[in-house]
Design a protein around this ligand. Structure first.
Ligand SMILES: Nc1ncnc2c1ncn2[C@@H]1O[C@H](COP(=O)(O)OP(=O)(O)OP(=O)(O)O)[C@@H](O)[C@H]1O
Length: 265
């Protein structure tokens, strides 16, 4: 099967000359779960826009499904969640916003309603569906935006900081909704702690917008000097056990660190 996304020499410069993405080569295979991590301002959001076909690259190419360079031709297969939930919520009610995607794709009204009902229950939006989106809190807006992207069940999800202002309970729900589904995932975030739970591969973006490293989660998240050189640090569980157990044995999540402590290893 052809790669879902294949970027070659992908570069994006803003009008003021800021080169936010530089010469990125990235191949994402069907079903892969990739976390794109990097410090604030390293270019993750811009990379997401360029990979999602929402900005025209200044140089380089992005090919989708081995078929086309035109993101609009595959728009219904890409679920792009931007960092700012206000970009999604433009209808009179939250319900209309969440139903918008499935309706655009010609799903039956009944199927759309059912899917929206399921997502609303999962994401605690039921009481909010008939409210205007601008009356929601930051975390509620973020949950509604996540629901609107998941509602049309795209083959590829490109999520920029989907946790945003969301509290711990709904973070867990969003994480489950996203990882329980089949399909390809690109999760863009400056916080590495969530990465082992959502991805098996990490792309580390350098402050100059290029790719500094691309590899398995364990290899990258246990490399303190690599992460520190790029403005990040290892996850809490790694920091706790660093120097106490071998690198290959480091727990990557707090949950596995806790299990380790319980067993007294
Ligand atoms: N509209 C714009 N015009 C000019 N420069 C911009 C614009 N938007 C972003 N930038 C710059 O591009 C660079 C990359 O920004 P981007 O938002 O892609 O980074 P990021 O890694 O997503 O950051 P964060 O973790 O803070 O969300 C930064 O230097 C930023 O200041």
């Amino acid at each position: 099967m052809a790669p879902v996304i294949e970027a070659r020499g992908l570069t994006y410069e803003y009008a003021d000359g800021t080169a936010a993405v530089r010469g990125v080569d990235l191949t994402v295979e069907p079903g892969e779960r990739v976390a794109v991590v990097g410090a604030n301002g390293s270019g993750k959001s811009t990379l997401q826009l360029a990979l999602g076909g929402l900005v025209e690259p200044t140089a380089g190419t992005v090919t989708y499904f081995g078929e086309t360079d035109d993101a609009e031709a595959v728009r219904d297969r890409l679920g792009v969640l931007l960092q700012d939930p206000d970009d999604y919520l433009f209808n009179t009610t939250v319900r209309e916003d969440v139903e918008y995607g499935p309706a655009q794709l010609g799903h039956s009204r009944e199927a759309a309603r059912r899917r929206v009902g399921e997502l609303a229950a999962e994401l605690g939006l039921e009481a909010l569906l008939d409210r205007p989106p601008f009356r929601l809190s930051g975390g509620e807006k973020q949950r509604a935006a996540v629901a609107s992207v998941l509602a049309f069940d795209p083959e590829v999800l490109l999520l920029d900081e989907p946790f945003g202002a969301v509290d711990a309970r709904y973070r867990e729900r969003i994480r489950e909704l996203v990882t329980d589904r089949e399909g390809t995932l690109l999760w863009f975030t400056p916080s590495v702690d969530v990465v082992p739970k959502v991805a098996e591969r990490v792309v580390l973006v350098s402050r100059d917008g290029s790719v500094a490293a691309d590899g398995p989660v364990r290899e990258i998240l246990t490399d303190r000097s690599l992460l520190e050189n790029h403005g990040l640090r290892p996850p809490a569980a790694v920091r706790l056990f660093e120097g106490i157990v071998e690198r290959d044995d480091l727990p990557l999540t707090v949950e596995s660190a806790r299990r380790r402590l319980r067993r007294g290893e």
